[in-house]
Design a protein around this ligand. Structure first.
Ligand code: PLP
Length: 400
C-alpha cells in the first residue's frame, strides 16, 4: 500500500459549517413552520453586476469565432486584466507594481493555500487567532511549526508583532471573522518586524473592497518597505460577487527574496512563477474579461453599489446589537460583525439559542480558532429584508 502524508492525520476535523447545516436542518425538520434566516455563511448573494455580465457575454461570443477564439492563455493572466489592476488598485494609491509581479488565479483560497509550496517546511509560521482557517490547515498539511497569535477584545482583535521569531506571518485585513482592519501604524509595525526578523508577510486582502475610510491601507504595499517583505492576496469574490465565478490575484514583488539552506539568495517571484506555470493553466478568458469589466467606470459604479448594499446591512446589524448591549467589532470596513455572546455562553451555546429562540443562524467564533470562543460572527451578505427581520427578532428577544 502507498504511504500517506501523515500530516493530514494531524488536521483537526473541520466540522464548523457541516455542524451548522446539520443543526439547522434538524431544527427545521422539527419546526417546519419556522422561517430560519441565515446570517452565517461568508458567501455573497447579490448577482454579478451588468458590466461583468456584458463583458462575459461578449467574451463568450469571442470564443465562438476563429479570429477571436482563445485557447490556453498566459498562466499568469492576461495583460488587459493586469493593467486594470495596476492602474486602479495600485497606481491610484501611489504604489508601483509591474505586470510580471501579478499572478491571476482562480481564487485566494488556492493561492493562500498553495504559497507554502515555495517555502521550506522548517519555517516557523505565525498565525493570528481567530482567523480564516485555511492558513492553519495548509501549514498543518505541510508539517510546519505553527505559533498562534491570540487576539482579544482589549486589543480590538488586532494581531501585534510577537516577542518571538517567526519566518512567515499571515495577516488578514479586514479580518475574517472579526471584521477588524489594520491601520497604517499597525501594518508599519508588522513591516518593521518582518524587516528585523527577515520574515515574510502573507497579506490577505480578500475583503479590501469593504474598507470605507480611504486613509486606511487597502494594500500592504502602501507601507514603505513592504515590497521587500510581503506577498499580497486579493480576490474578486467579495469585491464583485465572484465566489462562484472564480478569479483572484496574488502580487509577488520582484524585490522579494528567500534563501537556500546554503545561504544562496533566490527570487520568490521567480519561484512562484515557476510553481504557478507548472501547476496552473490560467483563469478562463471569459472570467478574466468579466473581472476586467469591474474596473470600467460603469463596473466601478455597479460594484460599489453592491458593496454599499452589504455595508448597509452591516451597519444595521452593528447598530442594533450595540443598542441591545452587545459588545461588537467589525462591521464598518467589513461584511462581518463579530459579537460577544452573552456572559458565560460558549459560541455554540449562543448558536443554539439564536437558532431555537430567534430562528437566526450565525457562525460560532470558536470555529475560527481558540480565541474565538465566546464570540460569534454575523454576516452582511443577506438581503436587506432578511437582515432587518433578523434584527427585529434580536430586538424582541434581547430588548429590555
Ligand atoms: N481569504 C479570506 C480571508 C476569506 O475569507 C476567503 C473566503 O471566504 C478567501 C480568502 C477565499 O477567497 P476566494 O473565493 O478568492 O478563494
Amino acid at each position: 500500500m502507498v504511504f500517506i502524508n501523515e500530516n493530514f492525520t494531524r488536521l483537526e476535523d473541520s466540522y464548523l459549517f457541516s455542524t451548522i447545516a446539520k443543526k439547522r436542518a434538524a431544527y427545521q425538520a422539527a419546526h417546519p413552520q419556522a422561517k430560519v434566516i441565515s446570517l452565517g455563511i461568508g458567501d455573497v448573494t447579490r448577482p454579478l453586476c451588468p458590466a461583468v455580465i456584458d463583458a462575459m457575454t461578449a467574451a463568450v461570443a469571442d470564443m465562438g469565432r476563429a479570429e477571436t477564439f482563445h485557447g490556453y492563455g498566459p498562466e499568469q493572466g492576461y495583460d488587459f486584466l493586469k493593467q486594470a489592476i495596476i492602474e486602479h488598485d495600485y497606481q491610484a494609491r501611489g504604489v508601483e507594481i509591474s505586470p510580471d509581479e501579478i499572478f491571476i488565479s482562480d481564487g485566494s483560497k488556492s493561492d493562500t493555500g498553495n504559497i507554502g509550496d515555495i517555502l521550506a517546511t522548517a519555517n516557523v509560521v505565525a498565525i493570528p487567532d481567530p482567523v480564516y482557517p485555511v492558513y492553519v490547515d495548509t501549514n498543518v498539511m505541510a508539517g510546519r511549526e505553527i505559533k498562534m497569535l491570540p487576539t482579544d477584545a482589549t486589543g480590538g482583535f488586532c494581531a501585534v508583532p510577537p516577542a518571538f521569531h517567526a519566518d512567515v506571518i499571515y495577516l488578514c485585513s479586514p479580518n475574517n471573522p472579526t471584521g477588524t482592519v489594520l491601520n497604517r501604524a499597525q501594518l508599519a509595525a508588522w513591516v518593521a518586524y518582518a524587516q528585523r526578523e527577515g520574515a515574510l508577510i502573507l497579506f490577505d486582502a480578500a475583503y479590501k473592497a469593504f474598507i470605507a475610510d480611504d486613509t486606511l491601507p487597502s494594500s500592504i504595499y502602501e507601507i514603505p518597505g513592504a515590497k521587500d517583505c510581503a506577498i499580497e492576496f486579493c480576490s474578486f469574490s467579495k469585491t464583485a460577487g465572484f465566489t462562484g465565478t472564480r478569479c483572484a490575484f496574488t502580487v509577488v514583488p520582484k524585490t522579494l527574496f528567500g534563501q537556500t539552506a546554503a545561504g544562496e539568495k533566490v527570487s520568490l517571484n521567480a519561484l512562484w512563477n515557476r510553481r504557478h506555470t507548472t501547476k496552473f493553466n490560467g483563469t478562463p478568458y471569459i472570467v478574466q474579461r468579466g473581472a476586467a469589466a469591474i474596473y470600467t467606470p460603469e463596473g466601478q459604479r455597479q460594484v460599489r453599489e453592491t458593496i454599499a448594499y452589504y455595508r448597509e446591512n452591516a451597519r444595521l446589524i452593528k447598530e442594533t446589537l450595540t443598542e441591545l448591549g452587545f459588545t461588537c467589532f467589525g462591521g464598518e470596513h467589513s461584511p462581518y460583525v463579530w459579537l460577544q455572546a452573552p456572559a458565560g455562553q460558549t459560541s455554540w451555546e449562543f448558536f443554539d439559542l439564536l437558532l431555537e429562540k430567534l430562528n437566526v443562524v450565525g457562525t460560532p467564533g470558536s470555529g475560527f480558532g481558540p480565541s474565538g470562543e465566546g464570540y460569534f460572527r454575523l454576516t452582511a451578505f443577506g438581503s436587506h429584508e432578511q437582515t432587518a427581520e433578523a434584527m427585529q427578532r434580536f430586538r424582541q428577544y434581547f430588548g429590555k
